[in-house]
Design a protein around this ligand. Structure first.
Ligand SMILES: [Zn+2]
Length: 215
C-alpha cells in the first residue's frame, strides 16, 4: 500500500522554524515508511476556548487545561503541532486501528528529537504523546509570555524587511561559501532564528542565511 502524509493544518500559521522542522520530519518519516496525520497546529484564542469547553460546558472528554485567555497552550503561540499515525504499524493490513499506536509515536519522537524538536511524551506530569514543539522557550509558555507579552509581539519577530539599498545576499550556508540569490531591498523574509552575525530566513520558498544587520 502506498502511504501518504495527511496534513490537516494550515502550515503557514506555524512559527517559520517549526514549519521548517515539520517539513524535515515529514521527509525523514517518509524515508522510513512512516506516515503521519498532522491534526493540530496554530490555535486562536477562540479555538482554544472551544477546546477548553469540551468536557466542561459541552459534551466530551476534557482535553486541555488551558483557557484561551491564559495563552498557556504552545499551540496559541504557533510553536507546536499534534500528530496521529497514518500507516499500518501492527502489520494487520489496516491503518485505522493504528492511529494512536504508541510504537508509532515513539518512532516519530526519535526522529523529531534528532532534529531538535521537543516531545510532549517526555513530559512528567501530563504526557501528551501527539504533541511536538520548538524547545527554545522550554516546555511551557511562561518564557514566551514574559519575553513578548502578547502573541502579536511574538509574531512580529517571525518576519522582517530587507533594509539595504543594494539588496541582501541569501547564502546557502552560514560560512558564506555559496550564494543562492540576492534579495531586493524592501522585500519581506520569514525569520527562523538569529545567531551570531546571521539570520536563517525563508524567501520565495528557499531557505538560507542573511546578514542580520540588514533586516
Ligand atoms: Zn498539542
Amino acid at each position: 500500500m502506498q502511504g501518504k502524509h495527511d496534513i490537516r493544518i494550515d502550515r503557514s500559521k506555524l512559527h517559520p522554524q517549526l514549519n521548517y522542522k515539520l517539513g524535515l520530519l515529514l521527509k525523514k518519516c517518509k524515508k522510513k515508511g512512516i506516515y503521519l496525520i498532522v491534526t493540530e497546529g496554530f490555535r486562536s484564542k477562540e479555538q482554544q476556548d472551544m477546546l477548553y469547553a469540551k468536557g466542561r460546558t459541552v459534551p466530551g472528554n476534557i482535553v486541555t487545561n488551558a483557557r484561551g485567555s491564559s495563552y498557556s497552550s504552545q499551540h496559541q503561540w504557533g510553536i507546536a503541532f499534534d500528530i496521529a499515525m497514518n500507516y499500518d504499524i501492527d502489520g494487520d493490513g489496516k491503518v485505522s486501528d493504528d492511529t494512536w499506536n504508541i510504537k508509532g509515536f515513539q518512532r516519530v519522537a526519535k526522529i523529531a528529537k534528532s532534529i531538535g524538536l521537543g516531545w510532549g511524551g517526555d513530559w512528567k506530569s501530563f504526557k501528551d504523546t501527539p504533541h511536538f514543539y520548538l524547545k527554545k522557550w522550554g516546555s511551557t509558555t511562561a518564557k514566551l509570555k514574559q519575553q513578548y507579552g502578547t502573541f502579536e509581539n511574538f509574531k512580529n519577530t517571525w518576519s522582517a524587511s530587507v533594509d539595504r539599498g543594494m539588496g541582501l545576499i541569501l547564502w546557502k550556508d552560514a560560512l558564506k561559501t555559496k550564494k543562492i540569490l540576492r534579495i531586493p531591498n524592501g522585500e519581506r523574509v520569514q525569520v527562523l532564528y538569529t545567531k551570531l552575525w546571521y539570520a536563517k530566513v525563508k524567501y520565495q520558498g528557499k531557505y538560507g542565511f542573511v546578514n542580520k544587520k540588514y533586516i
